[in-house]
Design a protein around this ligand. Structure first.
Ligand code: GLC
Length: 485
């Protein structure tokens, strides 16, 4: 038992022998406690005192790369673009694979690809309206079609009626705005004659007549293409591998990217483990169970439920679903890549653009609670919320649909000077309440935000901003990043 600077009693363990107010959850085991203490001891020291001193930019407890790749921790929210000749059919980006087409059946899309309305400035305007700060573009998807002027295959955009290098135009626009550009590249390739297709995901069932399956030659082709992409388009901020279904390993490929493009962050779906994880849609439950991320991740999600590429008859996600997903990931310190699929004429479909505008409206209201903050999940054992902080300001993210109009922040017992629902700017009520549900806990009361207008409007993306005179330093409540609800 010890007394914090606020004069409140905290129970159990004191991990560091400084004046940090650390509380331990009563349910934690001694083994977990020791593990946690070791984990936190390895962290850089946090300052206390005035807000400015307390400010920790980026993702708080996550270790940064310490080099040019650290842009990743500043930009946080990006636009994913899936665009290729599959947009002609407007069905799915894996049209060739999912419809089991031969090359002869698929390549005619190439002769119809003429995106005369393609204007990368318009794409970037839409991204900026959404609050997005970088862009990841599909240079080659599993069909093998290349959206740049590659010398390694004729199956590329300069051989379409459009005849121009799409990537060059996009890269120029990004560079003009200093908008980081990252490149998606599929390891699987249904067009390359050397690719050893064996009927796995994103492959032909068997090689086509005349093919010469040869992994080594295919990897040489990949290397030559990666060299083009990392040499001919100015500064590239990231490389986004996908579909390494062969599970081939070759760290020399990422090494080449790093040498040619030192600011490039590389994902974990390529020929080695790369720099960051890529949880997709809602399939990776650790995104839900971790109170914050301790390793770099970039969650990816499309606005459409069915497809990443343009889909005429798309089933769009609700705003509430997307906003909750974005909020959860950003609040836990991850990055978020939200995808739209431009049409074959080069425009981003109005439905998708409208979704992004609405997300942008939400994001601009709550941005301060998500960017340049540090995780503060250690302050509470309530896993229905995600906490972030900047100095003495605590942000309570309602990550799940609340069951009541109250939020309980056990074991916190400090009352904030002011509480505001950030989304609307309205002030909300708070108290430290003696609660029947806490009768068996120490302390048996806790900070409660109450009377939230849950019946008046959607709660998606809600953030309550709590301003304290002195908020305990968060590190070391005993809750580990791995803890589940
Ligand atoms: C899914 C899709 C694939 C898409 C990828 C982006 O794996 O199947 O087509 O490119 O998501 O993460």
């Amino acid at each position: 038992m010890f007394t914090s600077r606020q004069g409140r009693e905290y129970s159990k363990f004191n991990i560091f022998d400084n004046d940090v107010g650390i509380t331990m959850n009563t349910s934690i085991t001694r083994r977990d406690f020791v593990k946690t203490a070791v984990m936190f001891a390895a962290l850089p020291p946090l300052s206390s005192g005035a807000e400015s001193e307390n400010r920790v930019t980026g993702s708080g407890f996550m270790k940064r790369f310490g080099d040019g790749r650290d842009w990743f921790f500043e930009k946080r929210f990006g636009m994913f673009i899936h665009w290729g000749i599959y947009a002609v059919a407007g069905w799915h980006e894996q049209h060739m694979f999912r419809k089991k087409l031969t090359r002869a059946e698929y390549t005619p899309f190439m002769r119809q690809f003429n995106p005369v309305k393609f204007d990368p400035e318009k794409w970037l305007d839409i991204a900026e309206q959404a609050g997005m700060k970088y862009l990841t573009f599909t240079t080659k998807h599993v069909d093998g079609f290349c959206m740049w002027d590659t010398k390694q295959t004729d199956f590329n955009v300069t051989r379409t009626p459009y005849a121009k290098d799409v990537l060059a135009k996009l890269a120029d626009a990004c560079h003009r705005r200093k908008f980081p550009l990252c490149l998606y590249y599929s390891c699987a390739d249904m067009n390359q004659k050397n690719y050893p297709s064996a009927g796995r995901s994103y492959e032909l069932k068997t090689p086509e007549p005349g093919d010469q399956p040869d992994l080594n030659r295919y990897i040489e082709f990949v290397k030559a293409q990666v060299r083009e992409l990392c040499t001919n388009y100015g500064e590239i901020h990231g490389f986004w591998w996908d579909a390494n279904v062969i599970k081939h390993k070759d760290p020399s490929i990422n090494a080449m990217i790093r040498q040619l493009q030192p600011k490039a962050v590389i994902n974990n779906r390529g020929y080695d483990e790369g720099d960051f994880g890529t949880p997709e849609r809602d399939w990776d439950n650790s995104v839900n169970t971790k109170p914050w991320f301790d390793k770099p991740i970039e969650a990816c999600q499309a606005v459409g439920y069915q497809s990443w590429g343009w889909r005429e008859d798309e089933d769009y996600y609700s705003d509430a679903h997307l906003i909750r997903s974005i909020q959860k990931v950003l609040a836990k310190g991850g990055n978020y890549l939200l995808n739209v699929g431009p049409k074959a004429d080069g425009t981003i479909p109005e439905e998708s653009a409208a979704i992004l505008r609405r997300i942008g409206k939400w994001f601009s209201a709550v941005r301060d609670s998500l960017i340049d903050v540090e995780p503060a999940g250690q302050l509470t054992n309530n896993r229905d919320v995600v906490l972030t902080r900047r100095g003495n300001t605590l942000y309570v993210h309602l990550a799940r649909e609340p069951e009541t109009g109250s939020v309980f922040l056990s074991p916190m017992v400090d009352t904030p000077r002011r509480a505001v629902l950030l989304n609307t700017g309205e002030q909300v009520a708070c108290d430290v309440a003696d609660l029947p549900r806490l009768h068996n806990q120490t302390p048996d009361r806790c900070l409660r935000v109450k009377h939230l207008p849950v019946n008046e409007r959607s709660t998606a993306g809600w953030v309550v901003k709590l301003e304290f005179d002195k908020l305990p330093i968060t590190r070391g409540s005993g809750v580990k990043s791995e803890d589940t609800k």
